[in-house]
Design a protein around this ligand. Structure first.
Ligand code: NAD
Length: 361
């Protein structure tokens, strides 16, 4: 039987608790893993003096697969997101975020089944920024004002939104190939090409070119604001949605909200021959260390990892166990209860025990 070498990054905040729950559930499927435990973010800073240690990157590059819990990104100066850093270092260009209703989870919508494919490396998250009032910013603004009829105010901060033809081609191909492999019928290209003529104009044009290679899959496009409204009104008309980084970040949280919130929303970051799975939610510091965080999102990210490894039976076992335990509503964390009563809920470990019992049954 295959033994998979997987890099596990527990993260910080609630990360270590939901990561431990995920490790236990994945092992209960009978699939064998050798975990390489590694750190990034705050946990790595203390130990390695580096937010994104080389040994963590090397481990993922060697194993070609990783699973991570959330990491805190303090707001403000001098601390760039290690999540963005990790995705860029490993060229994990596609962020896959399925949003599927789970019976028993409180949500406004029922029977939602959407997949957001988000470009993960460029757009507003390229990391090319110039702070207000800095000399280099003044140079950039002066040069823009020379070249452009529209003038930038000299006090401005500048954030550069980068979109290249090559990156759009890759993310669009990923979306269409994913749609085809997963028996999906339609891809919607989401953009703002009416206003952002060049960046989003390029995104729309190249994605439409790619769509021609997939005549078996229906294509349409939507302007991002209209997309949000339509998702609220008629989500059943949509299937796979592909978009640039910032739009994808926002729309995937919207979709997560439609299916019951961040506690149940999994994700995966996928590149050429390497993938790192992680829940959409953050480190939820107020719940950390209290055995109350919902482990579902990271466990379902683990199920996505199993599918990626070709372990379909094990993935289905995990997904079924999650659906059954949540539908029963007894052994679930407080956020999954209609009354949200922590006194009647079980903790992270208790819900994990119930899932494992179901998987083994
Ligand atoms: P968050 O996802 O941590 O929390 C948002 C809300 O959802 C909070 O009310 C939180 O308590 C709740 N929540 C989230 N996950 C939960 C779970 N599993 N169980 C129960 N409740 C849960 O988002 P935030 O507060 O905006 O961010 C906190 C930190 O996490 C920030 O530093 C942010 O940068 C970071 N973050 C990291 C990632 C990542 O590592 N991929 C993603 C998003 C945010």
């Amino acid at each position: 039987m295959a033994v998979y070498d997987v890099t596990m990054i527990p993260g910080d905040g609630i990360g270590p608790e939901v990561a431990e729950a995920t490790r236990r559930v994945l092992e209960a499927t009978g699939v064998q893993f050798r975990w390489e435990m590694r750190e990034i973010g705050l946990a790595a800073l203390d130990k390695h003096g580096d937010l994104l240690p080389q040994e963590t990157l090397d481990s993922i590059r060697k194993n070609k697969i990783g699973i991570k819990g959330p990491t805190t990104t303090p707001v403000g100066e001098g601390f760039r997101s290690v999540n963005v850093g990790l995705r860029q270092e490993l060229s994990l260009y596609a962020n896959l975020r399925p949003g599927k209703t789970i019976e028993g989870v409180q949500s406004v919508f029922s029977q939602v089944d959407l997949v957001v494919v988000r470009e993960n490396m460029q757009g507003m998250y390229s990391g090319i920024e110039f702070d207000a009032g800095k000399p280099e910013t003044a140079q950039v603004i002066a040069r823009i004002n020379e070249l452009n009829t529209k003038q930038v105010d000299p006090t401005a901060a500048i954030s550069i939104r980068v979109i290249t033809e090559e990156a759009v081609r890759k993310i669009a191909l990923f979306a269409y190939e994913y749609a085809r492999a997963n028996n999906r019928k339609k891809v919607t290209i989401v953009h703002k090409a009416n206003i952002i003529k060049f960046g989003d104009g390029l995104f729309l044009k190249v994605a439409q070119e790619v769509s021609k290679e997939f005549p078996d899959i229906e294509t349409n496009d939507r302007i991002v604001d209209n997309m949000c409204m339509q998702l609220m009104q008629k989500p059943d008309e949509y299937d796979v949605l592909v978009m640039e980084n910032l739009f994808g970040d926002i729309v995937s949280d919207l979709v997560a909200g439609m299916v019951g919130g961040l506690g149940v929303a999994p994700g995966g970051n996928i590149g050429d021959g390497v993938a790192v799975f992680e829940p959409i939610h953050g480190s939820a510091p107020s719940h950390a260390g209290k055995d109350e965080a919902n482990p579902t999102a990271m466990i379902l990210s683990g199920a996505m990892m199993l599918r990626h490894l070709g372990e379909l039976d094990a993935a289905i076992k995990v997904e079924r166990a999650v659906a059954e335990v949540i539908r029963e509503g007894k052994n679930v964390t407080y956020d999954l209860r209609a009354d949200r009563d922590p006194g009647k809920a079980v903790g992270t470990a208790g819900m994990t025990d119930a899932l494992i019992e179901r998987i083994r049954a």
